[in-house]
Design a protein around this ligand. Structure first.
Ligand code: SAM
Length: 182
């Protein structure tokens, strides 16, 4: 059964020359693991938008992409609108200690992931500061593990509508089936 809330991702402080691949991979995780939107603050990078749209044209599904000029204002408005904020940080509470509360709240969720430095205001704005272990690693890994715990692994079985191809899982080699046009 799909959850009664939607999950949106905000990646802070993007710099294309430094973060191109990392940001693209967080956007791919956001899409593949069942998020509705990928929001980007920092330098607006339409390459991320067009790469993401190329992936959805081929593999299906829908994910909205927007650049956010003022992520603090955006986050405050998100909360005023009734949503909650989950900030992923190694300084937060262990995911296992809070994931049941987060999952049982019916509020739409904005999951914030940072770059090298995160403004302290996000720790204040967050309803939950969540650690995927208390060691530094990566926003890609943190996002994937968080979404997997939130959706209890069901996101791995999502069927994406649209697109032109789908994979037929096989023990060896690559089997890809062309979808029928409607
Ligand atoms: N000092 C940072 C921190 O507060 O987690 C690590 C910076 S890391 C290069 C970039 C982003 O990856 C962080 O802003 C956070 O969103 C995510 N991240 C890294 N390690 C994490 C962890 N153990 N738990 C949760 N998120 C993590």
């Amino acid at each position: 059964m799909p959850p009664n809330y939607r999950v949106y991702i905000l990646k802070l402080d993007h710099r294309p020359e430094r973060d191109k691949r990392v940001t693209m991979h967080t956007a791919l995780v956001a899409r593949a693991f069942g998020s509705q939107s990928f929001y980007l603050s920092g330098i607006c990078d339409n390459n991320i938008k067009s790469n993401l749209s190329g992936v959805t044209q081929q593999w299906g599904g829908e994910i909205e992409f927007s650049c956010i000029n003022n992520p603090v204002k955006f986050s405050k408005k998100w909360k005023e609108g009734g949503g909650e904020i989950i900030h992923l940080t190694m300084y937060g509470l262990q995911v296992d200690d809070v994931i049941d509360d987060i999952r049982s709240s019916l509020k739409d969720k904005l999951v914030i992931i940072g770059g090298p430095k995160v403004d302290p205001i996000y720790y204040e704005l967050a309803d939950y500061n969540v650690a995927i272990g208390n060691q530094p690693h990566s926003e890609i890994a943190a996002l994937a593990i968080f979404l997997d715990r939130l959706f209890k692994g069901r996101e791995l079985y999502l069927e994406f509508s649209g697109g032109t191809v789908r994979i037929i899982p096989s023990p060896r080699g690559k089997r890809v089936e062309r979808k029928k046009e409607h």
